[in-house]
Every structure is written in C-alpha cells, then in structure tokens.
Design a protein around this ligand. Structure first.
Ligand code: FCA
Length: 331
C-alpha cells in the first residue's frame, strides 16, 4: 500500500525527523563517564579513581570524577553529568538506600549506571535489578581477617577466653556488616566465647569516628587481658589502634587487621616501630576502578552490559609481604 502524503503534512514530517536527529547523533558523541564516590578523601577511593583514569587513557574516554558525600551532592552530580552529555557513571553512593533515587535519576537522563563497592538497594533493602555491581566478597574477606587474627593469637599463646574482640561496626551498610561478621564468625568457630565480642558502632566510616567508638568500648570493658580488632576497612581498624594506644593498650596486647591495603595501611607499615596494626586484607582498587570504568565504556559503545554481580577476593598483607604482594596484584 502506498501512502500519499498530504501537502500540509510534509513540513510536519520534516520537523519530526529533525527532532529525531539528536538521538541518531548521540552514538557518535565522545564517550564521557562519571565516577562518583562517597568519600573522595579516603585513599581507597583515590586509588579507584587513579585506575579508572588509566582505563580512560587506554580506551580513550573522558572520566569525570565527583565526590558525593551526601544525597544532595549525589543528585546534583548526576544532573551535572547529564548536562555534560555523559552517557553513564560508576557510583559508590553515600547511602545504599538511595538506590531507587539513583535508578530514577539515571533513567530520566538516559544514563547507564554501575555500582561499585557498596551495592545499591531499594526501599525493601533488595539489590536493584538493572544496576550491575562490582564489590568485594565481604563475608569471605571478613573470615580471612578472623583467620589472620587467630594465627597471630596462636603464635602469641593467648587464651581465647581472655581475648576481647572489638568489632568496629557500621551495620547499616550491608557489606560493612558482612565483613565484620565474617571475622567474628571465624573467631567464634575457633572457640572465642560469643560474650567476648564487643560491638563498637561508628557514626561515620572514618578513623575519627572509629576512634571514638573504640575508645568507649575499651573503657567499658577493662576485664580483657588481650584484644583483637576488626572493622569494615583500614580506617575503622586504625581508629581502634589509635584508641588502644591512647589507653595504653599497645601492640603486645592488641592485634588489629583491616581491609583495604591502600595508603592508610601502607603508612602504618612504613612506621619504623610496628604498631598494633598487624595487617590488612589487600583488595584490588585496580579491579574496582579500572574494570568498572572499562565495563561502562563497553556497555556504552557496544551495548554489552557487564555481569549483574562481580565479587572480588583479597589476600592477607602484613609488613613482611606487603611489597611483594602489591607487586603481584599490579599495584
Ligand atoms: C566500602 C568502604 C571502603 C572500601 C570499599 C571496598 O565502600 O567504605 O572503605 O572498603 O567498600
């Protein structure tokens, strides 16, 4: 069937086609990818940015790095990316419960989203389908912390009944809770009495807040002869170490193992005299920074979405193996 276009309809059709043009040219726009992180001042996130920059150089896209310490800044950053004609972004949100808001804003602006480190959830606490995620295997890595602590406890000949386990806690973040519970479970499986586990909730995930939380916990529990400390990251554990020092609990009575392995841990390892910061489970800012950004690039340019969930592993790093291990992981 042949449709005969009325004379008056021709200009209408032409302008409709014109309106579609920007869509067609969209694919040819230079690729611009946002990388939004909740705590830009934290060495882990600095490292993620560094490796994402490397991906940008290798693949030839522009990376826009924005710190988003709260929900308001996060929403403004997403709008800003849209104005700049970015096509997608990688995000570690200041609160995982902002997941639905992130998904809505991305949809409104036609931006692709990948979450990194902290998986975004909806109002019911369920991961948001359609936002691919790369995070660490929190519980397993936590168990590695616990096993590392146990090995050192054994070396020192401590009796588990006399050991307090300080869990610097940030339980509102699922990966934070999984990590520390993994550590506690490993200790309990080896015979640490459940009552010896002392939770020290931190108000925010930085060293200062961890220090305050640990300080209270140490003060309230003078009965333990020895201590071990764990937390969701190196900053949390370092807070416990500093609080211990302030109370005269030093490296002979406290073993602390963090998670991360970025500059926070390296600073402790390079101090001439070892502190109670015994080790950390080294995880890979290279995978989290480079791979998420590169995955976003492929998604934009070839429509190939990354896997729904990728969980990365870690390895216990101490003063002894730090140089070799970081080299092995290409850091
Ligand atoms: C969370 C923590 C960071 C880092 C990351 C892998 O986002 O806040 O410190 O451990 O997971």
């Amino acid at each position: 069937m042949k449709i005969k276009l009325q004379q008056w309809a021709k200009p209408l059709l032409a302008s409709a086609l014109l309106a579609l043009l920007p869509l067609a040219s969209h694919a040819a726009d230079p690729v611009k990818i946002g990388f939004l992180v909740k705590q830009a001042e934290e060495p882990w996130f600095q490292d993620e940015w560094k490796y994402a920059e490397q991906a940008a150089k290798d693949k030839g896209f522009t990376l826009v790095k924005i710190g988003i310490p709260n929900g308001e800044k996060m929403m403004a950053a997403i709008d800003n990316l849209a104005t700049q004609k970015a096509q997608g972004f990688v995000i570690c949100a200041p609160d995982v419960k902002l997941g639905a808001a992130v998904a809505r804003a991305a949809k409104r602006h036609d931006l692709k989203v990948i979450s990194v480190d902290d998986q975004l959830v909806d109002g019911a606490g369920k991961p948001i389908a359609g936002i691919p995620h790369m995070g660490i295997s929190g519980y397993e890595i936590g168990k590695q912390v616990g096993l590392g602590l146990l090995e050192e406890i054994k070396k020192r000949g401590w009796n588990l009944n006399e050991v307090g386990a300080l869990r610097v806690a940030f339980d509102q973040l699922p990966t934070g809770r999984e990590r520390t519970i993994g550590a506690v479970d490993a200790l309990k499986a080896a015979g640490l009495p459940a009552d010896n586990v002392i939770a020290a909730p931190q108000a925010k995930t930085d060293t200062e807040n961890a220090f305050n939380a640990a300080n209270i916990a140490f003060t309230k529990n003078p009965k333990f002869k020895h201590w071990v400390a764990m937390g969701m990251n190196d900053e949390a554990v370092l807070g416990a170490v500093r609080a211990g020092e302030g109370r005269g609990i030093r490296k002979d009575e406290l073993i602390a193992i963090g998670i991360g392995g970025s500059q926070t841990a390296l600073n402790e390892f390079t101090k001439p005299a070892p502190t109670a910061f015994f080790g950390t489970v080294l995880i890979s800012p290279k995978r989290h920074g480079y791979e998420t950004a590169a995955n976003m690039y492929s998604w934009i340019t070839t429509s190939q979405a990354p896997p729904a969930v990728t969980l990365t592993s870690g390895t216990l790093m101490t003063r002894q193996n730090q140089t070799e291990l970081r080299k092995q992981m290409g850091l």
